[in-house]
Design a binder for this molecule. Structure first.
Ligand SMILES: *[C@@H]1O[C@H](CO)[C@@H](O)[C@H](O)[C@H]1NC(C)=O
Ligand SMILES: *[C@@H]1O[C@H](CO)[C@@H](O)[C@H](O)[C@H]1NC(C)=O
Ligand SMILES: *[C@@H]1O[C@H](CO)[C@@H](O)[C@H](O)[C@H]1NC(C)=O
Ligand SMILES: *[C@@H]1O[C@H](CO)[C@@H](O)[C@H](O)[C@H]1NC(C)=O
Ligand SMILES: *[C@@H]1O[C@H](CO)[C@@H](O)[C@H](O)[C@H]1NC(C)=O
Ligand SMILES: *[C@@H]1O[C@H](CO)[C@@H](O)[C@H](O)[C@H]1NC(C)=O
Length: 447
């Protein structure tokens, strides 16, 4: 089994830059922003206006208007979120939003991979591993409020299934009848990378040949934003300029922007993909590293030692030296300490061997999708390699100028504000989470 190679044969996205891979990727490369003011949200007067952070990355809906001039392919309305385009009305009410995002992105990814099996052995051979950092915070909130105000009878019968973080995996496997491994990861903001890495291991270990893998998050809710604001994790000083609020590595970075969305990948045993005549292979999963900081609940260890160990492990598995890596899609969320620690970790691993390294963070454009960040950004790292384009770090005007940053450590190409063309043979994607968890994944172009 150890000889099995794992490739990516399909991708699907729902992000603040639009619904669908083409919409999200094109807007990312064009330097568009998906970040908006909470003033456009329904519950602004009731809840949002008292929260000190007032910027979010919301999956666009027609009713919000296209405030950031996003570009949509296939018709003006195609990039907007509309669950009734793929679910019956009754189903929409039964499914929590984070599972709806997963169903939408899974449908796109399976179509891309052209994998809609009907034979029993193929169904047994296909698994699902979709995680979520938080699950349905909206259902927790509504049911808590209803219970408190109106008592037992007002608790929804579907409350528990809607709450569970593994329900996205469950709903996808039910919808398509997939009967391979049915798994779900929840490691805060490292969820997406862990889901891809674990799913790749299932194929490598012979449990199945195909995995639907990724993560989903639907956290644009006042309770979530209020919680992150109380933890002092989210940005508060760009409320009047939402598209400037997320500034990875920049001197004025001040906290992350709470966002939502979903990224789904179809992972497949290379031999299986070749046998069924797949024509488009995006790349190969060649390395996966995990580590813990053992340091603090929400703060990174100052030198980023945990992050460095995760990257080191991914490189070792990929069996390449640091100078082989062309692009790192960084976790960098636009927080003072987190970006500095990750930069230090990248410097530790690549500093002396790879001055050409490009490091960008898509969070300047989309904010922080929490659990879903890892799988959405892994897809960006794969598309960067597939298209030989480095997506930009929006708002990174002056890398490493913040108080306490050591300018001498900010030596890489941060792809400031504009995309760049570059041949990319190997890319990496990092994700780190509260609780002290670090993950890194490495992809290789297949010729
Ligand atoms: C698929 O799995 C089911 C349940 O374990 C088993 O009964 C069946 O024989 C399997 N089918 C094939 C074709 O492998
Ligand atoms: C939660 O409650 C609000 C306010 O009553 C309602 O608009 C919303 O649809 C509810 N959400 C869910 C998932 O039931
Ligand atoms: C997968 O897991 C979910 C959640 O635990 C469950 O509801 C679902 O029935 C499972 N699907 C299959 C096909 O076993
Ligand atoms: C998803 O799960 C919910 C809750 O278990 C269930 O009511 C619904 O029918 C499922 N829908 C699909 C499409 O799997
Ligand atoms: C490793 O995980 C921790 C979790 O607390 C995270 O905050 C940190 O950013 C990660 N390490 C580094 C140096 O980035
Ligand atoms: C990528 O791989 C090709 C073929 O192996 C090689 O010719 C090229 O120099 C590599 N490019 C980079 C940037 O390493």
């Amino acid at each position: 089994m150890s000889g099995r190679r794992i490739v990516i044969t399909g991708v699907g996205l729902v992000t603040p830059l639009g619904v669908g891979v083409k919409n999200s990727w094109t807007n990312l490369v064009k330097g568009k922003s998906g970040l908006v003011s909470t003033k456009i949200l329904d519950e602004y007067d009731r809840y949002y206006k008292d929260i000190p952070s007032q910027v979010v990355g919301k999956v666009p809906e027609l009713k919000d208007g296209n405030v950031n001039g996003l570009v949509f392919h296939g018709g003006e309305s195609s990039g907007y979120w509309d669950p009734t385009s793929f679910l019956q009305n009754g189903e929409v009410r039964k499914l929590p939003r984070f599972a709806q995002y997963a169903l939408c992105a899974t449908k796109e990814a399976l179509s891309d991979a052209n994998w809609f099996p009907t034979q029993e052995d193929d169904l047994n051979d296909t698994g699902v591993c979709i995680g979520s950092g938080i699950g349905s915070i909206e259902d927790s909130f509504n049911n808590s409020v209803n219970f408190h105000e109106k008592g037992y009878r007002k608790i929804q019968p579907l409350f528990v299934p809607k709450l569970l973080a593994n329900m996205a995996s469950g709903n996808v496997s039910i919808t398509y009848g997939f009967k391979g491994p049915n798994h779900s990861v929840s490691t805060a903001c490292a969820t997406g990378v862990h889901a891809i890495g674990d799913a790749a291991r299932f194929i490598k270990d012979g449990y199945c040949n195909v995995m639907v893998a990724g993560a989903t998050e639907a956290t644009i809710h006042p309770l979530a934003l209020a919680g992150f604001a109380r933890a002092k994790s989210v940005v508060t000083n760009f409320n009047d300029d939402p598209t400037a609020a997320s500034r990875p590595f920049d001197k004025d970075r001040n906290g992350f922007v709470l966002s939502e969305g979903c990224g789904i990948l179809i992972l497949e045993n290379l031999d299986h993909a070749l046998q069924r005549g797949v024509s488009n292979i995006y790349g190969e999963v060649v390395g996966y590293g995990l580590s813990g900081d053992g340091y603090h609940i929400t703060s990174p260890s100052p030198k980023g030692l945990g992050a460095a160990r995760a990257m080191e492990f991914a490189l070792k598995q990929a069996n390449v030296l640091p100078n082989a890596i062309d692009y790192v899609n960084a976790h960098a969320t636009s927080t003072l300490l987190g970006d500095r620690a990750e930069n230090q970790a990248i410097q530790t691993i690549f500093g002396n061997n790879n001055k050409e390294l490009a490091v960008s963070s898509s969070k300047g454009s989309i904010g922080h999708l929490l659990g879903a960040a890892g799988s959405v950004e892994a897809i960006f790292a794969i598309l960067a390699m597939h298209n030989n384009v480095l997506p930009p770090t929006l708002n990174c005007d002056s890398p490493g100028g913040a108080e306490g940053d050591d300018k001498d450590n900010f030596i890489f190409n941060y792809v400031q504000n504009k995309a760049q063309d570059k041949e990319i043979n190997y890319s990496m994607s990092n994700s780190f989470g509260f609780g002290g968890t670090n993950a890194s994944i490495c992809f290789k172009k297949i010729k």
